[in-house]
Design a protein around this ligand. Sequence first.
Ligand code: NAP
Length: 455
Amino acid sequence: MGIATINPATGETVKTFEPLSGEAIEAKLALAQQAFEQYRKTPMSQRAAWLKEAAEILERDKVSVGKVMTTEMGKTVQSAIAEAEKSAWVCRYYADNAAEFLADVPASTDATQSFVRYQPLGAILAVMPWNFPFWQVFRFAAPALMAGNVGLLKHASNVPQCALAIEDIFKQAGFPEGVFQTLLIGANQVEAVVNDWRVKAATLTGSEPAGASLAAAAGKQIKKTVLELGGSDPFIVLESADLEAAVSTAVTARMLNNGQSCIAAKRFIVEDAIADEFERRLVEKFQALKVGDPMDENTDVGPLATPGILQDLDGLVQICIEKGSKVLIGGKALSDRPGNFYPPTILSDFPAGTPADKEEFFGPVALLFRVPDIDAAIKRANAIPFGLGASAWTTDEEQIHRLVDEIEAGAVFINGLVKSDPRLPFGGIKRSGYGRELGIQGIHEFVNIKTVWIK
Ligand code: NAP
């Protein structure tokens, strides 16, 4: 697939783009380096003022940029507008806090004076996914630019207009030319960019194969990477839970972004004592969801982003069914309309060896597991190669402690939805990746942590 806007709700090719030539990439890398040499000297207060202006623009233009997101990747327009607002939030968060996060840290040693100073590295490459086409980019860019780095964005090939709109927002906000640039390039052009001496580090949010490929290329060049990869997050519901709150949140947690979120709840692990009731209410709520045009404000679930995502998802569902899993609702692509529509689906009863054991179901498909007790719930939750987030529901203090301690994931949310928040670090363990975005930890990923010792 080339670089193009293809409306997932209709299948229509709206606009195509030529990938940058080798010379055009060279010019952008040269500009990035030139920009960095000046930009690293700009005062933090100036960077913060530009970033706050970017936040203003995001809020001012949230409806128009929201429609660009919806047209390119199919998320419902209300969620796209909310994404523009959340992107403004992360800009303000780092504009307000970066000076404190990056202040010198004194240390008492045998020196007259010793401290740690955080300094920028240079151009950082961000390879980003289409699923949160603004949020993913801003959560990389806000801390990176506040730290004095310059950003290079290789966005997913199906969201080129989002990629260009983001570059334009940074320009309009006043950041000097070259501080944030979009590279319209295919995945096969990434390695050459990573290899270039002016690129100092890279981050990728996306699938495991893409992450492994970028990390291998960067590893050969001894360049640091942060990887935010897939997940198959558990959503554990134990007997003492507030069942209505758990079921309502389960629906939101699974259907977020038409089911295409790394931290969407994907495996629902429910204690036997309440499993029948949980299942009954979940089916009822899934039945009530309105699938349709993502531009329509009444739509709950829009199309999947590409025909490939739909095929992959349906492939996993069909294998589960062939191997004997039960379909409680949905289970087959909607063929009565154009576009990449998949119905809300719930599968249960998985014999050993189905994809439910180890695959990420990237779409509106819930996998329902019944377990006898908390031991089995934790065992099931951890029996997956991923470790991104986990949501667990119980009112028992003892159980809360166990879940917090024993779940293998980058985040555990008790009695709530797993979500990203600028104030908290975000990232995974196991095959979900390494490194952290957001919070104070996120801004420390792409800096030189310089030890200073003076006598
Ligand atoms: P993807 O196919 O891996 O694409 C992500 C980005 O990587 C795109 O820009 C893509 O470019 C690029 N890419 C693909 N193969 C590459 C390669 N070999 N070398 C360098 N770059 C490459 O993933 P996706 O399907 O868009 O996104 C879905 C996945 O992202 C899911 O697994 C989801 O869980 C994960 N995700 C994780 C997080 C997190 O924070 N942990 C957040 C969101 C999504 P092209 O588009 O040009 O191929």
